[in-house]
Ligand binder design. Sequence first.
Ligand SMILES: NC(=O)c1ccc[n+]([C@@H]2O[C@H](COP(=O)([O-])OP(=O)(O)OC[C@H]3O[C@@H](n4cnc5c(N)ncnc54)[C@H](O)[C@@H]3O)[C@@H](O)[C@H]2O)c1
Length: 248
Amino acid sequence: MVDMGDLTGRVAIVTGGAGGIGRAVCETLAYHGAIVCPADMSVEICQPVVEAVEALGGTCYPVAMDVIELENVQRAFKEVNDKFGHIDILVNIAGILSGDKVHEVTPEHWDKMIDINLRGVHYCMQTAVPYMAANGGGSVVSVSSQAGQVGGWMGSVAYSASKGGILAMTKGYARQCQQYHIRFNDVAPGLIATPLTAARGDKPDGIPVGRLGTGQDIANAIYFLASDLSSFIDGATIDLNGGQFMRS
Ligand SMILES: NC(=O)c1ccc[n+]([C@@H]2O[C@H](COP(=O)([O-])OP(=O)(O)OC[C@H]3O[C@@H](n4cnc5c(N)ncnc54)[C@H](O)[C@@H]3O)[C@@H](O)[C@H]2O)c1
């Protein structure tokens, strides 16, 4: 029987790879055999991820990438492709979280949220397509949020809009890129325990399973969507929220 979950030899770019969820994703993809390239604001902040992946016996090649600068994104993809000869998996995690209230959404706040969380994902997807098409296909997984479906834990406005945009954009990319055998899917996390949520003191109130999610919970689903285990899934969203929100 073929191991459909084996990622040996596949090259994965993980934006936001130095962050809480990003690190768990890099470790998990590497555990299953992928060469992982965390792409974050600097190579230096990816160093703990490099050490963690190498401790697993994996290969980790960090690249500096600011997702809101198109030339920056294109340079990072080229660097990875020049180094390894192909790009098979893209995981879009880079993002900023905000519980913005209606009166707090200044034009500057709106632009920053949409630029990083939505335009940045578009730039990475758009840049990935020709590389993956040239290589016979690939898998793209983006991290949206429960906020993108229900308006947010704290009633965020711009953040919810940016994450809801990812859900719609993913379907658009999926429809247009089926001819290239590139699949596009999302995960929509609820409240996940990362440094970001720890700083806010978030508690599992209202989460039926009685705990916050972990980076590993998210990484497990991203691994599934990135691998051939999910080869019949395209344009879909997996909800990862401990039963807090159930779609009809
Ligand atoms: N933690 C949660 O509860 C939760 C819930 C739902 C969705 N999410 C989403 O998951 C993703 C990761 O969240 P996290 O909790 O790991 O946060 P985190 O802050 O630990 O990680 C985010 C990473 O993105 C990077 N980043 C930010 N702006 C960037 C840019 N312009 N270019 C490149 N990299 C950039 C940061 O440097 C950081 O390493 C975010 O998109 C967030 O919206 C998180």
